[in-house]
Write a protein that binds this ligand. Structure first.
Ligand SMILES: [Ca+2]
Ligand SMILES: [Ca+2]
Length: 283
């Protein structure tokens, strides 16, 4: 217990510090969230009159119980409750800024590309080490030796290279979701086929079998999306005639058709092979 005492007290202090801002406006938060239970004497002077009027209004009281808080403030009469409305807007904007931060984070998340996601903990440790030492890294030398290695092997072992892209044709059979997880583990994803040439290349390697590709309509029936969220373009779709047919209303994942340079939709839990794709490491 004693071992952790220092850590716990510093955590508690940190916690309190983070919420100090909230403590400073505790009254305002109470007023904002439950305007009917706060004593008007505790409210800021310029709000007191309107607050008394609000608390006496039975209609407002029942609306407060029925409506979400934002809508309750939105429907308040602009003439009668001008001050309270302004106050509510200020409070809401506090939470709005939290939303902005979250939104920025989502944008950053979307912008994370495949190369960036290859950064592992050890890369980050190296970066930290370089940043915190007095030694200057010999970048020219490092790059030279790195590029020699990369030119020899732009794709991981067992992967096929085409231009600046690497493909993995699995030998194991798994469901669409599990196949996708396997690709992601290798810093790749199920293949997105972007041209007829690429389709021909895939066909050359999948001639004999059935392989999942990174295309599904699980989210919205009939809307085929690639794993990166882009919709399938009609002129770059290589469906077999009569497909996708959503047989039995349960075919939401696309796979290759053996012996034909075409695709079919199948049940996502069927176990077949799969094709992963990722960028080659070229400098
Ligand atoms: Ca379907
Ligand atoms: Ca089908």
């Amino acid at each position: 217990m004693r071992r952790y005492a220092a850590d716990i007290s510093s955590l508690a202090e940190e916690f309190q510090q983070r919420f100090r801002d909230f403590a400073a406006i505790e009254k305002e938060i109470t007023l904002f969230s439950s305007p009917f239970s706060l004593d008007p004497d505790d409210a800021p002077d310029h709000l007191q009159l309107e607050l008394i009027e609000l608390q006496c209004d039975a209609k407002c009281r029942s609306r407060h119980q029925q409506l979400p808080l934002v809508n309750f403030y939105r429907q308040l009469d602009k003439g009668r409750f001008q001050e309270i409305r302004t106050f509510a807007k200020k409070m809401l904007s506090l939470f709005g800024s939290t939303y902005l931060c979250e939104k920025t984070f989502s944008v950053m998340n979307i912008n994370k590309n495949r190369l960036r996601t290859r950064l592992s903990d050890s890369h980050l440790r190296y970066i930290l080490r370089i940043k915190t030492t007095v030694f200057e890294p010999d970048l020219a030398y490092l790059l030279q030796s790195r590029s020699q290695k990369r030119v020899c092997r732009p794709c991981p072992e067992g992967w096929e290279q085409r231009n600046s892209t690497c493909y993995y044709f699995s030998t194991e059979r798994k469901s669409w979701n599990d196949s996708r997880s396997e690709c992601l583990k290798q810093e790749a994803d199920l293949v997105i086929i972007e041209s007829e040439e690429e389709q021909d290349f895939i066909f050359k390697h999948t001639r004999e079998g059935v392989y999942w590709i990174g295309l599904s309509d699980s989210e919205t029936e009939g809307t085929w999306l690639w794993v990166d969220g882009t919709p399938l373009q009609k002129d770059k779709a290589f469906w077999k005639r009569g497909e996708p047919n959503d047989y039995n209303g349960s075919e939401d994942c696309a796979f290759t058709v053996p012996g034909q340079n075409k695709w079919n939709d199948g049940h996502c839990n069927v176990h077949v092979k799969s094709v992963c794709k990722t960028d080659a490491l070229l400098l």
